[in-house]
Write a protein that binds this ligand. Sequence first.
Ligand SMILES: [Zn+2]
Length: 494
Amino acid sequence: MSDILSQILVAIADLKTSQQLLADKVDKMQVDAALSKNDQLLQKVAHYHNCPGQSDSDGDTVASPTLEAAPAPYADIYTEKPVLTTHTGQKGIHPTRMNWGESDPKTRGPIVVSHLANQINLRNAIGAYGGPYSVYRSLAVAMGDLPADHKPNFEHTEPPIKIKQLPQWADTTKIVSMDPFGHLTSHYYKEEIEQGLDIRPTISITRAHMIVPEIQAELARGGLKVDGKVIVNETGELNVHKAAVDPVWYLPGVAERLKVDEDHLRRSLFENTGGMYPELISRPDLKVFLPPIGGLTVYIFGNHELLSDPNTRLTVRVHDECNGSDVFGSDICTCRPYLIYGMTECIREAQNGGVGLIVYFRKEGRALGEVTKYLVYNARKRGGDSASKYFQRTQNVAGVKDMRFQALMPDVFHWLGVTKIDRFMSMSNMKHDALVDAGIKILERVPIPDEMIPPDSKVEMDAKIAAGYFTTGAIPREEDLCRTVGRGWDSFQA
Ligand SMILES: [Zn+2]
């Protein structure tokens, strides 16, 4: 009897193995079939091919379409059958040369993630341009509003200022979460774009006027003065240069920075994005990933050329997004007041001949997201909102206190050439330590003034100070934390 059982078990195991082999084969066939049709662009940008380590040895030519052909609107734009993944060393795959860490942008090569049929074989990175907005692009294409092969016209889109290229742009320990050449894609890779390669900037830089009510009020009170350069006029219009940066992750560098194994990181990214990017697993040769997350924005007050000058004073605020406070004025935290205070001090620094820099990261609710944030708010308000229980409430819902991982944050400072910060407008020990660990000196840490702290946000402030945030005042003791309590929901009752 047990003999029969073990025979059955062996048969099942065999069946499983052959099923897996079949699935692998189908994957490969699909891409092979797709790629064999399209070599036109491949010939055009031939000088970019033959990435070291690539081979054509794994040819498999069985034809067995198991998926429906793409509907007519996509014909000839996408591959006939969707390519579910590609494999390292697969026949027909010729990643465009890209050597992260090269100082010459031409030698470094562009980041290519296009999934168009005629260039899917040229991709040298995983993911898609535009971070989360790639999903909206998908809708526009699906609805027929946007041709899938739309070619952006980059005329007049170049940066109005030059960010000086520095040696750290080629240092794989200093910049691993953004493409240092991302704002110059259409300049350095003009030829490739003209030849049809679908590559796009991951950074854009512009200049603007800003009007902020609190800054206008400060000007009216006489706390700030019009200088014609930073504050342009009595209305309080501000001159600013700003850069939008999409994340571009060099996975070996990100893994090293986070002190985790690269394979382990790839597996976690694959699983926790719902298996969205199988190439994280099947293409270990692709080292760059464009993750579907928000990026950051840099705001520069004063002369950007002085950012890298160690003899020029620099005031900095690193701010992580808090939509509820930043935009809508929620009073449960200090986010907008601290941002405004940081901005005011940046303006003052710039007016005194220094530079002010705000770096705004899209990491809503400590990168836990706004849904989690509101769940935590409810748990706080219903469970007795005290500073002593503040972090525990977040931990209960999210499993962690914070997911911002400031270790990647300093990259943008290296890009801008910042080596020291005179006034750091933040109390966060995590932001401070990340910058100092990255070799950037911080000369003074400036806490938010007490009068700018909304009463209901005392809970958060005291809990943070007790947990290690910088303060020039007293550090609350355990018993003090129980006494710092937030407002309840009484005002909502009829
Ligand atoms: Zn906030």
